[in-house]
Design a protein around this ligand. Structure first.
Ligand code: PLP
Length: 390
């Protein structure tokens, strides 16, 4: 008899991550070039790895305070104040987590009562809607569009409001579109949150990888710190995905609520990763700037190539993802990805993996070497030309 009957209904109803399924196929192809990956192609800067090695040599192998090492929380407080212009107290308002993934999960579980509604803009990072459902909430996706260069649109968010909405998830620069939001639009969203008494969960994991304009945190607006859970992490800008480390900042009450979920589910983030994160915040600025410069050059290259190939591509203002339209080929996102993989052995992700508004688009990560980007863009152009010629 199948053990499926033991699986909770809200879990069995969840879709599998489209990216995972797709990359299960790619991983079996030794000669494929992948622009599918959502992580830096850089190895973690040496001085950060060295901090973890040194901590290990010194025998730092224990649990830490549930909230994270106080030295790390102090560094986070200083960093967030300098970069994001929001001041959080290291003792009461900062919680170190196992990546932004865990931070998002505990934030949602800390605030959602069964049936509470959560707005989010899509296409978006694959975990948001499932994480709301796992917390017994109801996720309401609000489309962003190519006409807006996938910038978060306050009018659409406001129009999507309905009774029962407790929170709004924001992510900018946005995975997968590279879209972001202007200060003026963010101000309107903040005003809307205050008017409707909504909590904002703001995932700003790509903030340092903003190429045009300044990154402004919604938590920095007057009256917003009290209604924002600010999430950030080390995976992207510091190239530390495998360290699994991030953090959540909020009011003492909300931090305490998240702490309760975190301490029972996770206990604490790994100590070696916390030691490495201290070094990243103290001395990582130069390494981040160097990687950012590389991403920016690659971004300009790949967007130019997509446009030349007839795949209209807005220039992403942040992240390391391009999100070109494949409309000129007449294929669906999934058809395009399957066929280009089969014909040219190049892996890109269907836009629909990130929400229904991703139909007609693909996500191509430019966290890849120039050599790969050149080969992949040649192959994609050849493929698109071939499809259009049929
Ligand atoms: N948030 C966004 C927008 C992401 O793109 C990702 C990873 O791709 C995450 C969160 C997860 O980050 P972490 O590695 O810190 O769990």
């Amino acid at each position: 008899m199948s053990s499926q009957r033991f699986v909770a209904r809200h879990v069995s109803g969840l879709p599998r991550s489209g990216i995972r399924d797709f990359f299960a196929i790619v991983s079996q192809m030794s000669d494929a070039i992948s622009l599918g990956i959502g992580e830096p192609d850089f190895v973690t800067p040496w001085h950060i790895r060295e901090a973890a090695i040194y901590a290990l040599e010194k025998g730092k192998t224990s649990y830490t305070d549930n909230k994270g090492l106080i030295q790390l929380r102090r560094e986070i407080s200083t960093y967030v104040e300098n970069f994001f212009k929001v001041s959080y107290h290291p003792d009461e308002e900062i919680l170190v987590s196992v990546g932004v993934s865990e931070a998002m999960d505990i934030a949602l579980r800390a605030i959602i009562d069964p049936g509470d509604k959560v707005l989010y803009h899509e296409p978006c990072y694959v975990s948001y809607s499932p994480s709301v459902v796992l917390a017994h909430g109801q996720a309401i996706g609000v489309p962003t569009t190519a006409e807006d260069e996938f910038a978060i649109n306050p009018d659409r968010l406001i129009a999507a409001w309905e009774p029962g909405v407790k929170a709004l998830i924001l992510n900018f620069p946005t995975n997968p579109t590279g879209g972001t939001v202007s200060r003026e639009k963010l101000e309107r969203i903040a005003k809307f949150a205050v008017e409707k008494d909504i909590l904002v969960i703001s995932d700003e994991i790509y903030a340092e990888l903003t190429y045009e304009g300044e990154h402004v945190s919604i938590a920095s607006f007057p009256g917003m710190k009290e209604r924002t859970i600010f999430l950030h992490g080390f995976s992207k800008a510091f190239a530390m995905t495998g360290f699994r480390i991030g953090f959540a900042c909020s009011t003492p009450e909300l931090t305490e609520a998240m702490m309760k979920v975190h301490q029972y589910a996770m206990m604490c983030a790994p100590i070696l990763s916390q030691e490495a994160a201290i070094e990243a915040l103290r001395n990582g600025e130069e390494s981040v700037a160097k990687m950012k410069e590389q991403y920016m050059q690659r971004r300009n290259f790949i967007c130019r190539r997509f446009n030349e190939a007839g795949l209209t591509c807005h220039v992403p203002r942040g992240t390391f993802y391009a999100f070109p339209s494949i409309a000129s080929t007449g294929l669906s996102s999934m058809e395009f990805c399957k066929q280009v993989l089969e014909a040219e052995k190049v892996a890109v992700v269907p836009g629909t993996a990130f929400g229904p508004s991703g139909e007609g688009f693909i996500r191509a990560s430019f966290s890849s070497s120039y050599e790969h980007l050149i080969k992949a863009s040649d192959a994609i152009e050849r493929f698109a030309d071939g499809v259009r010629a049929k």
